[in-house]
Structure formats: structure tokens, C-alpha cells
Design a protein around this ligand. Structure first.
Ligand SMILES: Nc1ncnc2c1ncn2[C@@H]1O[C@H](COP(=O)(O)OP(=O)(O)OP(=O)(O)O)[C@@H](O)[C@H]1O
Ligand SMILES: [Mg+2]
Length: 371
């Protein structure tokens, strides 16, 4: 089962991955090929950890929201990951060293880089069964997904988000101390970044929804229609507003809320309280989507995310599918593999033997763990 699928130019490929004291890995090197790779093995051998390491090398954070110190192999003081990528810009070697005491250091092609200089240069999309929670789970999970994507694509977004979060924390602290003057001062700092964060989210949702609908239509033969609807805590939001206009509306809302917020000690309005919903055939997916529908929607969302990143970065990201194939029925599995074939390096994991995947139709490289 050799991979004989050359990828079209324009996709990112990881060729080599080395892990040291990362999760359950003491010291290990993997060589990877373009096309499809299937990582098989029994439970708890390190399949998810391997995919997590690849994602970490691109985003400098765990796709599972684990903290850096949780990634360090128990009993050691830090980890080291190294990846060799090939993409539109040629070859790139990335090294990340994390020490519990000192934090992380990133070296790209021999040059030390700050995280903000590197994040976004290499991209991956991670898809695990837990992602189904995006539809019915907490608003925080949905915000994380969207903000994480925007942070990796647009360095400025991360800065607006940080500025907003820091000022918000200060306003909340001032609310708890009952210092109305300080509260007002922090509102001024919060208004413009809040507006920019919200407008960027709305724009991204619109782009994602357009692609998502195409995939969903394909998979369900056009039977299901889906839109993504932004639920703003600011009632006066108009998505056509310029950032300055919207910032003005935030300022007005916070001023009006000040007495109430001083009593409760929290800021009731702002991007930190916003949400979005998956509207399926006119109904809110939170209440109505069946298990199978959720799976199909999230599959379409992940394909849409791939396209979105590819559009912005002019390079197809790597797709990491953790334990996802076994959860899809035969026709969805076939659709997924057909859609990705020849365009996307796809690294998948599962406990089934490789023979059970792909129905013999598709060429795979295999990595067997735990043998
Ligand atoms: N920081 C750590 N240090 C040492 N071992 C760890 C650390 N974090 C996780 N592990 C161990 O790594 C092992 C492999 O975990 P992983 O989630 O990758 O398994 P998996 O192959 O995906 O299994 P499954 O098929 O159940 O999903 C687990 O036994 C886990 O306890
Ligand atoms: Mg796993």
C-alpha cells in the first residue's frame, strides 16, 4: 500500500516529525508522505498524541486545548518537536522547545522566531469526534473554534482579541472594586478592538457558511440547507457598520449598563458573550440536529475550514483526522477521501486495521503503532 498520489502544487506536506518527551513519546522520528497516511494501533498507543504534535507544530498550541505543561512527558521537564515541511515556499524546518520553567522557543530554518512571527506560516486542520460538540456544546467552544482560526490566519485579529481581553479583565476588576471612573476608562480601550473582533467573526462565518453549504449539499444531495447565524450580545449590532460606528455602539451600551454591571461585577455585553448557531432548514441545530446530521455538518465545516485557510494562505493545509473515519458511514467516508484525494495531505488515525479503511480503492501509507 504505497502512496502514489502526487499532490497538486500548492499544498503543505509534513515529511518528517520528531518528538522528544512529548506526551507518551520519549524519542521518536516519523517519516510521512504526501497523500493519505493511516495511523493504526490499539487504544492508548499514542495515535492522538502524534496528530496533536503535528497540529502543535503549526499552531503552537494543542488542538485539544491542553496546556503546554500537560504535553510534557510525565517525569521530564520539557518537550521538543521538530517538523520538516514542504509547501509553496519550498522546504521549512520548524523546531519548538518547551521547558516548564522557561516557556517555548521556536526556531524556523535555524532562526529564532517569536510565536507571532511564525503562527500561520504552516497550517493544519484537526478533526476529532469531540468536534461534534461545536453544534450543541457551549458558546465558549464555538468562539474558540472561530477565534482560533482567525488568530492563525490574521495576526492582527490575535492582537485585537488580546487588547480586548486585557481591557475587559481590567473593567471587570474595576467593577468589583466599585470604581466607576476606572470602569469608564477601560470601556474606551475596549470599544474599537471589540468592534473589530465582532466584524471579523461575522465576515469569517459568512465565508465558512458559503463553502459549508456547498459540501453539505453534495453530501446530502441538496436535501439539507444550512446557515451560520451570529448571535451578538450587543442588540444594536448591524453587520454593515464600519468598525468606528460599531465601537461607538459598544461605548453606548457599556455606559447604559454601567450601574447594572457594577451591581453584578461582570460585563454583560461584548464579543466575550457572543455566540453563533448552526441553522439547519430554518431550525436551530442546538435543539434539532440528529447525531448523524451533526456529523455531516461538522464534516462539511472542516472541509470549509480547509478551503478557507487555503484561500487566505494560498496553500492547502494538512488535514488531521483523529478517529473520525470509523464514525462515518461508507458513502460519507468515500466522499471525504474522494474530495481530498490529490489535493490534501491527510493523516488519519483509527483502531481498525488499515485493510478496513478505504475499501481498497485508495492508496495509503501506513504507520502501525504498538507493534
Ligand atoms: N504528559 C504525558 N506523559 C506521559 N504519557 C502521557 C501524557 N499524556 C498522555 N499520555 C499517555 O499517552 C497515551 C496515548 O494517548 P493517545 O491519546 O495518543 O492514545 P490513542 O492511541 O489515541 O488511543 P485511543 O485509541 O484510545 O484514542 C495514553 O496512555 C496517555 O495516558
Ligand atoms: Mg485517540
Amino acid at each position: 500500500m504505497e502512496a502514489r498520489l502526487p499532490l497538486e502544487p500548492g499544498s503543505l506536506v509534513i515529511r518528517r516529525l520528531s518528538l522528544r518527551d512529548f506526551r507518551n513519546y520519549r524519542d521518536r522520528v516519523f517519516y510521512l508522505r504526501p497523500g493519505f497516511t493511516y495511523i493504526s494501533g490499539p487504544n492508548a498507543v499514542g495515535k492522538t498524541n502524534l496528530l496533536e504534535a503535528i497540529f502543535y507544530l503549526t499552531a503552537l498550541r494543542s488542538p485539544r486545548r491542553a496546556r503546554d505543561q500537560d504535553l510534557v512527558r510525565l517525569g521530564t521537564g520539557g518537550f521538543r518537536l521538530e517538523g520538516e515541511f514542504h509547501g509553496t515556499g519550498g522546504a521549512m524546518r520548524v523546531e519548538v522547545c518547551y521547558r516548564v520553567q522557561e516557556g517555548k522557543r521556536i526556531v524556523v530554518d535555524g532562526v529564532a522566531r517569536r510565536p507571532s512571527e511564525y503562527v500561520g506560516r504552516a497550517n493544519a486542520v484537526f478533526f476529532a469526534p469531540d468536534d461534534l460538540l461545536l453544534i450543541k456544546g457551549s458558546p465558549a467552544g464555538r468562539r474558540d473554534f472561530l477565534d482560533g482560526l482567525l488568530t492563525r490566519l490574521y495576526p492582527l485579529f490575535g492582537r485585537w482579541q488580546n487588547t480586548y481581553q486585557r481591557a475587559l479583565a481590567q473593567r471587570n476588576a474595576a467593577l468589583k472594586r466599585g470604581q466607576a471612573g476606572a470602569v469608564e476608562m477601560w470601556e474606551e480601550q475596549m470599544a474599537l478592538p471589540a468592534a473589530r473582533v465582532v466584524l471579523a467573526r461575522v465576515k469569517a462565518l459568512r465565508r465558512l457558511a458559503a463553502r459549508l453549504s456547498l459540501y453539505l449539499g453534495d453530501i446530502t444531495d441538496g436535501r439539507e440547507e444550512l446557515s451560520l447565524s451570529y448571535r451578538a450580545s450587543l442588540r444594536t449590532l448591524d453587520i454593515a457598520d464600519a468598525a468606528e460606528t460599531l465601537a461607538g455602539k459598544f461605548a453606548v451600551a457599556w455606559k447604559q449598563d454601567r450601574a447594572k454591571d457594577l451591581a453584578s461585577g461582570i460585563t454583560a455585553v461584548g464579543p466575550h458573550r457572543d455566540d453563533y448557531a448552526f441553522i439547519l432548514d430554518g431550525q436551530d441545530g442546538r435543539q434539532f440536529a440528529s447525531q448523524g446530521q451533526q456529523r455531516t455538518i461538522i464534516l462539511s465545516l472542516k472541509l470549509a475550514e480547509l478551503d478557507f485557510i487555503a484561500d487566505v494562505r494560498r496553500e492547502r493545509p494538512i488535514l488531521l483526522l483523529d478517529d473520525v473515519l470509523s464514525e462515518l458511514d461508507a458513502s460519507r467516508r468515500e466522499y471525504l477521501l474522494r474530495t481530498l484525494s490529490g489535493t490534501t495531505q491527510t493523516i488519519m488515525s483509527g483502531t481498525e486495521p488499515p485493510e478496513a479503511v478505504g475499501g481498497g480503492q485508495i492508496a495509503f501509507s501506513c504507520i502501525r503503532l504498538g507493534e
